[in-house]
Design a protein around this ligand. Structure first.
Ligand SMILES: [Zn+2]
Length: 414
């Protein structure tokens, strides 16, 4: 049996269940299905004294000798909602601030583990396809590992996200068309040159296993399993990470239940939510992408088994899939910025929009506890093409302008 901490760890196809060599990660050699590492357990190795997610070294496919790669990923705080619980109609709402990971997104959990794999296998380079967050993450960890990084992005990528990858010295190329074209190009280059593919679909089961750390942490941070964990979904590896971690902990008797997962997509690219809504068992690739929310825009063309597996996991938790409009996600991002102090990209704020919509539909009850995964920082998608504010020449002018703002006027009487 494969050791969970070893790079000889065998993956298992989610479709045909055949064992797979994960040394050069890819989809199932037999049926093309998505491959994942089998769960750890039933007895879970003790946590270690290493920092952040490396505390779970025995349960993740990493070994302590690569912990020097860490930049403090994992250990993101859970905070109660301050001003948006009413807006959603949910009494007990909390956020896990995963946008506080080193490169500003949850992707660092997978990238750190995948980069450790690349270092151990002495790969000559790493490659990833990314709509943005994995690009910055891969570029940052490659810089730390001393490995060249090739980052492929869809042509319509937000410029701020490309800038982050370039700032770390990665070779950044944009690929004509949507994310699935980019995905295919990365897979072809990885196969041709033996580069480790850090694309955060399910293409690299070793890297994806790093996302279990989010679930282990949540279980340790919350007194009881929440009613719902809300997860933005492209292909769905974070659903796998959180659900697998809770299943392992449930299997070993450490938590009382596996929470329901609410997976969230953008209406303009919602292959998994569409299959859930029509009661299908298999996810079909999405044909025409019509959303600005790039972080969760994955048509799954060429690898629909990722979506099929994610759909199955969501159903097995008793959960649901939701799709939100771009405007709803933007409004949720505004709510988080104005009422919580949290600068979150719309692709991650989509989760909060879905809580509000599913509360109205009755999927979520008002007395259930809900945790939203805030997966990506808003700073990378913040427009710099804004009016930086009026220039004043003295205090009198400042007073006149500030009194015009209703929230200040009362405190400025006299
Ligand atoms: Zn297979």
């Amino acid at each position: 049996m494969a050791q969970p901490g070893s790079f000889a760890a065998l993956g298992e196809c989610t479709m045909c269940a055949r064992k797979q060599d994960t040394a050069f990660p890819d989809y199932c050699a037999h049926c093309g299905g998505s491959v994942v590492l089998p769960p750890t357990g039933p007895a879970l190795p003790d946590t270690t004294d290493l920092p952040g997610m490396w505390r779970y070294t025995g349960r993740l496919p990493v070994t302590p000798d690569t912990a020097w790669l860490s930049m403090g990923e994992g250990d993101s705080p859970v905070v109660p909602a301050a001003g948006t619980a009413d807006w959603c109609g949910v009494e007990r709402l909390q956020f896990k601030l995963d946008h506080l990971n080193p490169s500003g997104s949850f992707k660092d959990r997978a990238t750190a583990v995948g980069m450790a794999q690349a270092v151990r296998q002495r790969a000559s380079a790493v490659v990833c396809a990314s709509s943005g967050n994995a690009a910055g993450s891969t570029a940052a960890y490659a810089a730390r590992a001393g490995l060249p990084a090739v980052v492929l992005m869809p042509e319509a990528v937000p410029p701020g996200k490309a800038a982050v990858a370039r700032a770390h010295g990665a070779a950044v190329l944009r690929v004509r068309g949507d994310y699935s074209n980019t995905f295919r190009a990365a897979r072809e280059l990885a196969g041709r040159f033996g580069w480790i593919n850090l694309t955060t679909t399910f293409v690299n089961p070793v890297a994806v296993a790093g996302l279990k750390s989010a679930g282990y942490e949540l279980a340790g941070q919350l007194a009881d399993p929440p009613g719902w964990i809300v997860v933005p979904v492209g292909a769905g590896p974070l659903v796998h990470g959180i659900a697998t971690a809770y299943r392992e902990l449930h299997g070993s008797g450490e938590v009382a239940a596996v929470p329901r997962i609410l997976g969230v997509q953008a209406e303009g690219c919602a292959p998994v939510a569409e299959a859930f809504a029509r009661g299908a068992d298999e996810v079909a690739p999405w044909q025409h992408v019509r959303t600005r929310i790039s972080a969760i825009s994955d048509p799954l063309r060429g690898y629909p088994s990722d979506g099929t597996y994610t759909l199955r996991l969501v159903r097995e938790t008793g959960g649901a899939m939701a799709a939100v409009a771009d405007a709803e996600a933007d409004e949720a991002a505004n709510q988080l910025a104005y009422r919580e102090g949290l600068l979150i990209e719309s692709g991650a704020a989509a989760g909060l929009a879905a809580v509000r919509a599913e509360r109205e539909r009755g999927t979520i009850r008002g007395d259930e506890s809900v945790v939203c995964m805030l997966t990506g920082h808003g700073i990378k998608t913040l427009s710099t093409d804004v009016d930086p504010g009026p220039v004043i020449t003295g205090t009198d002018e400042a007073v006149r302008r500030l009194r015009a703002r209703t929230e200040l006027a009362e405190g400025m009487a006299g």
